[in-house]
Design a protein around this ligand. Structure first.
Ligand SMILES: Nc1ncnc2c1ncn2[C@@H]1O[C@H](COP(=O)(O)OP(=O)(O)OP(=O)(O)O)[C@@H](O)[C@H]1O
Ligand SMILES: [Mg+2]
Length: 470
């Protein structure tokens, strides 16, 4: 404690001196403290700095680590993206490859099937005519067509694989004869040689002829699948050729029928070949064996046809097989000699191989002797045994084959051969028209049809019987 007296200057001076020493002490003390404090502070600051440097190092390391991690993540993502892209590319390539493999497999299969078809086609072709034509498939609606025709319009095919036996002449004469009876007849020429067509055209235009127009012909019918819409009645009426409108009626008061025909010419042979190849290579949607049957079944109804007469070619072509598939009755004209009997047997075998499959309702209705040596329609006695052996040969293959018509044959006559140069012999030769030969055969055939329930045109047979006995 400083006791200051302000009573004298000494007192004051003593007081000041005391205060000064106090102040010095305090000052010393404060100086020491400050130094200590400063030291502590400096130490603390150093400590802080160290820690902060440490912290900084840690956070810098963390930062770097984070940066590195981010970079690594980027690289990783980029790698993943590139791998994903690679994978997608591979997937796409895999799909492309799978597609290519599928296409290749399909084309290999298609090639194998095509080569099998070609191989089969070759086998079938090698196996002969009947094997070629009797092969399946046989769509049911097509096979039903001949049956449809049987109930609507008797269709008579005149066929023999032996050539030159008088088939075409027989068809033109019979067609004309039936027309004189008042029947509407459609004669169908299936032979590209066109013998029947020639006779019809001669009858139509005379020996000077006429150019072929847009006539309805066999190649039009056989060359494409049948479609009813293609043949409306009016068009059919115009397209079908009427051989002649000048047919003398057989009986006064009974007008003649219409005699029209489906023409043929050499162009059919190309069409036949093209269709045959396409068919055997399975390239057709329809069964070309039934094109004629489909057409005739429609045409007969639209044109009011009573009988269809088919002139078959002497070979197993598309035309022939269409005739077989469209007909209700088969008549086999043959020359009456031993080689011809042999040919009938061969034909009977071919018929037995194909007809029951293609057209189960077709009946081998009879054998007609042509170019016989007699003068009447009766078969000459010396030919009887050949007729029997011909009949036997046919029945050997077809047990229910119709008979050899011994009472209705066609002799070889000059009337026929000469009149054939002018047109249809039956219409050209009055002698032939008034004679009994064609009439007897015509009626004999109608009798044969009657056995199947086909009605003979009323009242006419009696006249013919008169004519034939006259
Ligand atoms: N009864 C007959 N009398 C005389 N000549 C006939 C007789 N029948 C046909 N002919 C003549 O014989 C030839 C052949 O006749 P046709 O053309 O009718 O036979 P085809 O069997 O149809 O022949 P292809 O097999 O070539 O078709 C013709 O010249 C024809 O005029
Ligand atoms: Mg002929």
């Amino acid at each position: 404690m400083i006791e200051c007296g302000w009573s004298s200057p000494e007192a004051i001076s003593a007081c000041v001196a005391t205060a000064q020493s106090w102040l010095k002490t305090v000052g010393d003390l404060v100086g020491l403290g400050s130094a200590a404090l400063l030291t502590i502070l400096a130490g603390y600051i150093l400590q802080l700095r160290r820690e902060s440097a440490k912290q900084e190092a840690v956070s810098s390391e963390r930062f770097h680590r984070a940066k590195n991690a981010e970079l690594a993540q980027h690289q990783f993502d980029a790698r993943i993206a590139s791998l994903t892209e690679d994978r997608n590319t591979l997937e796409r390539e895999k799909t492309d490859l799978a597609d290519r493999v599928r296409l290749l497999t399909d084309s290999i299969r298609a090639n194998a099937a095509a080569s099998e078809t070609v191989h089969e086609a070759l086998e079938i072709s090698r196996a002969g005519d009947t094997a070629f034509w009797r092969r399946p498939p046989l769509p049911l609606h097509d096979a039903g067509l001949p049956l449809q025709l049987r109930t609507s319009c008797p269709t008579l095919m005149f066929a023999n694989q032996k050539g030159g036996v008088g088939k075409s002449t027989l068809v033109s004469n019979l067609a004309a004869y039936y027309a004189t009876k008042g029947l509407n007849i459609l004669a169908v020429d299936l032979d590209y040689q066109g013998s029947l067509t020639n006779q019809m055209r001669l009858q139509q235009f005379g020996p000077q002829g006429a150019p072929f127009g847009q006539a309805l012909d066999a190649k039009t019918v056989l060359g494409q699948p049948f479609r009813k819409a293609d043949w409306p009645k009016g068009q059919l009426d115009q397209a079908i050729i009427t051989a002649t409108s000048n047919i003398p009626p057989q009986r006064p008061g009974v007008p003649s029928g219409r005699l029209c025909y489906l023409a043929n010419n050499y162009e059919l042979s190309q069409v036949e070949r093209a269709v045959e190849y396409s068919w055997v290579l399975n390239m057709l949607d329809d069964d070309p064996r039934y094109r004629l049957a489909a057409f005739l079944s429609h045409a007969a109804q639209e044109l009011g046809i009573d009988y269809i007469l088919i002139d078959a070619p002497p070979r197993f072509t598309l035309g022939f097989i269409n005739g077989l598939a469209a007909s209700t009755h088969l008549f086999v004209p043959t020359v009456v000699d031993a080689p011809s009997a042999q040919a009938v047997e061969t034909f009977a075998r071919q018929f037995a191989d194909t007809a029951p499959r293609l057209n189960p309702t077709l009946r081998w209705a009879g054998i007609i002797g042509t170019m016989t040596t007699g003068k009447t329609s009766a078969l000459p006695q010396p030919m009887m045994s050949i007729a029997s052996s011909t009949e036997f040969a046919a029945r050997n293959r077809i047990p229910n084959a119709g008979p050899f018509f011994r009472d209705a044959t066609i002799p070889r006559t000059t009337q026929i051969s000469q009149a054939a140069a002018l047109g249809i012999p039956f219409l050209q030769s009055a002698e032939l028209r008034e004679g009994e030969i064609i009439q007897t055969l015509g009626e004999r055939i109608l009798d044969e049809l009657g056995k199947d329930g086909n009605q003979k045109p009323s009242g006419l047979s009696t006249d013919v019987e008169h004519a034939s006995t006259a």
